[in-house]
Design a protein around this ligand. Structure first.
Ligand code: SF4
Ligand code: SF4
Length: 256
């Protein structure tokens, strides 16, 4: 839920096509006024989502709070994202976007381990899904800042998302020595629960099953992005990392 982010309509430019009302999956617009766009629930708009603005054919939508240098693509729906990363949109259901989100892949054992297990799982799943007619995109994203954490609805490190949905149904964590060291404060990271066992690095079988369940809809789905709050644990991590960075010796190293 955005506090200071919502669409503003330029009614001089607006041609009342109604696309923004129809395409917003978060109920920001008053549908009873369609096709005239009336922002009824600005608090439901998703922080940094440009979904409706990307689709507006006449560039009539801007956003309160927008400092990203975003420019409307004049209704170029080919490249436009309909909404945020929640996956609750109308993208082709034959497209599978797998995203690996992590805090640190240089020193954190569980991020490094999960990365390698996910690579192995994707090596097997990708050709099988392609054979079934799916288009696969696989990205790895370091969540360096709070802004990125919000953008990706990041709840815990590491996270695997399929079409914007976390493949894990819940978050379980324990203390992570590596990320605590990076941030200079006590930080918890994700553990994976599977068949009665708890793993800091998930088994390949678990990831393959979770990804396939998410793709084929057996796992619980639904957009949760409207409810996102940066977890306190992650806030602690980013604050600690920033403090450590600003306390660095003028030589640029960690000598002092
Ligand atoms: S499409 Fe995105 S930006 Fe537009 S109103 Fe809905 S949530 Fe907000
Ligand atoms: S998409 Fe643009 S032109 Fe169409 S109703 Fe919304 S603001 Fe108006």
């Amino acid at each position: 839920m955005a506090q200071k982010w919502y669409p503003v309509i330029d009614y001089v430019e607006c041609v009342e096509c109604g696309i923004c009302i129809k395409k917003c999956p978060h109920g920001v617009y008053d549908t009873s006024k369609a096709p005239s766009p009336v922002v009824k629930y600005p608090e439901s708009c998703i922080d940094h989502c440009h979904g409706c603005g990307n689709l507006c054919p006449v560039d009539a939508i801007t956003y309160v709070g927008d400092d990203m240098g975003w420019a409307p693509p004049k209704g170029n729906t080919e490249s436009a994202e309909v909404c945020c990363s929640c996956g609750n949109n109308e993208k082709s259901d034959k497209k599978v976007l797998v995203e690996y989100l992590y805090l640190d892949i240089q020193t954190c054992d569980r991020c490094i381990g999960t990365d390698s297990v996910l690579d192995e799982a994707m090596m097997v799943l990708t050709p099988a899904l392609k054979l079934a007619g799916y288009e696969i995109e696989y990205n790895k994203i370091e969540i360096k800042t709070e802004e990125l954490a919000r953008k990706y609805q990041f709840l815990s490190s590491p996270t695997i998302q399929v079409n914007g949905k976390d493949v894990c149904q819940s978050v379980a964590e324990n203390s992570c020595g590596c990320c605590s060291e990076i941030s200079g404060t006590d930080v918890d990271c994700r553990v994976f629960e599977y068949k009665g066992e708890t793993y800091e690095v998930p088994p390949k079988e678990m990831l393959a099953e979770a990804i396939l369940q998410t793709v084929f809809g057996a796992a619980e789905s639904g957009c949760t992005c409207g409810e996102y709050r940066l977890p306190k644990n992650l806030k602690t991590f980013f604050d600690g990392k920033n403090t450590k960075k600003s306390n660095k010796c003028s030589c640029g190293g960690d000598c002092c």
